[in-house]
Design a protein around this ligand. Structure first.
Ligand SMILES: [Zn+2]
Length: 431
């Protein structure tokens, strides 16, 4: 009997050691790392100086590639989406709900303005993010090429989702691709330590917990640059938000509790008894009485954001300007990038084109970028960094190296003494 006792004690000891090992990083983050990040980001925000606009378009913030309960793997409601967008300051959401069958009829679900947020329905299947921007019927049994042609010829947007996956990059109809996708970024590391971190810090430091997944997506950006040497491929950011890495519960009509786990799957039902009653609170606006959330819409929308320069907040104007590439992306949880501009100037100092535009060589004397936060600018020509600003600054000008080709800007912010990616723009093409 003695050895059983020792074995049990040994096992218990091991479990305790493993648990301590699992939670120590999260506790450390809570006490030291994350408060420091918060402080630095708050100090950075104080340096915000929104530059006066040099161009006659306004900037709108939006999330692209987002799922709602219309997808099999999400339970997100309109209220969830809109309230998160309002909190973060988003102007639009371009949804990409997975179709339930072979025939997709658009618009599906909700569209138009909801509490001031513009919602545009779209679809995601077979590696496409498609936003027809109007009524459309997509038959997913057709060849992918014909689907792409159909969406594009009717004025819609047809972009590649998950750029890490194989696609027909020679397809002449696709117009753009994800240059950052949060889901893609999570694939290269184990989620387990981050889940433990979320247990400790999910409520107050969720942004920083999710940030643990971040790696620069260098191969995808390199590939994007390469594609842009032969034709314009617009880059956008996908949060791929489902709000579905969660454990939640709500009442069934018969009074039992339904547990809902990852990917919005029903996992178990239980009776409410005296011993488990304390777990459940009053239902929230979507009916949940228990919530342990990892990837909320709010944190996703704030993590990576699309900034579109357009004349008005409408499907037509936002759609047209995304297509044009009047778009840059930024990690908004590090700092809001509204007010950032990148443009070409002629000899007289007039703006001759902005990001996403093509400008004739004799119309460009210099390229200029303005930032609302001091950062380090990188000018990238045909995929190669040709100039990096020496110091952190609000402004960047390059009058040298002006020749034919594509030019884009990356801006990095300094955090913890290190420069980290913040903004990626679409390219100006000089021809
Ligand atoms: Zn998706």
């Amino acid at each position: 009997m003695k050895w059983i006792k020792w074995a049990l004690l040994g096992f218990l000891g091991l479990v305790i050691i493993l648990l301590i090992g699992a939670f120590v990083p999260g506790i450390w983050h809570r006490l030291f790392t994350y408060p420091r990040y918060e402080k630095e980001v708050a100090e950075l925000a104080k340096l915000r100086r929104e530059p006066t606009s040099q161009i006659n378009l306004s900037t709108f913030r939006g999330a692209m590639h987002v799922h709602s309960y219309l997808s099999h793997d999400s339970r997100g409601t309109l209220v969830d989406l809109v309230s998160a967008a309002k909190k973060v300051g988003l102007d639009f959401i371009f949804l990409t709900d997975h179709p339930r069958g072979d025939i997709d009829t658009l618009p599906k679900g909700f569209r138009g303005f909801h509490d001031g947020v513009l919602i545009e329905p779209g679809t995601e299947k077979q590696g496409f993010c498609a936003w027809p921007l109007g009524p459309a019927i997509i038959d997913w049994r057709l060849q992918k090429d014909s689907i792409a042609k159909q969406v594009v010829s009717h004025g819609g947007l047809l972009y590649y989702a998950h750029s890490e996956e194989p696609h027909d990059w020679n397809n002449p109809d696709f117009q753009g691709m994800e240059i950052y996708n949060f889901h893609t970024d999570t694939k290269d590391q184990s989620p387990l330590p981050i889940l433990f971190d979320a247990f400790v810090n999910g409520k107050i430091y969720r942004q920083w917990v999710l940030r643990q997944f971040f790696d620069p997506q260098t191969p995808i950006i390199d590939h994007w640059d390469k594609l842009n040497t032969s034709r314009k491929i617009v880059g956008f950011a996908a949060i791929d938000a489902h709000e579905n890495q969660n454990l939640r519960a709500r009442y069934l009509p018969d009074g039992r509790i339904q547990w809902v786990g990852n990917n919005a799957k029903n996992i178990d039902t239980m009776e409410v008894k005296f011993w488990n009653k304390w777990l459940f609170s009053a239902p929230d606006q979507s009916g949940w009485v228990f919530k342990f959330l990892v990837d909320t819409y709010e944190s996703g929308f704030n993590y990576i954001t699309n900034y579109v320069m357009a004349d008005s907040l409408s499907t037509a104007s936002i759609g047209k300007n995304i297509k044009q590439g009047h778009l840059f992306i930024a990690f908004k949880s590090l700092g809001d990038a509204k007010g950032f501009q990148f443009y070409g100037m002629d000899k007289k100092g007039h703006v001759s084109g902005i990001l996403g535009d093509s400008i004739r060589l004799d119309q460009v004397k210099s390229l200029k970028a303005l930032s609302p936060l001091p950062g380090r600018f990188k000018l990238i020509h045909n995929g190669k960094t040709i100039k990096t600003s020496k110091e952190k600054s609000y402004e960047f000008v390059s009058s040298e190296f002006i020749e034919k080709g594509t030019y884009r800007i990356e801006v990095e912010l300094e955090l913890q003494g290190k420069f980290i990616p913040w903004i990626y723009t679409n390219s100006i093409v000089i021809y």
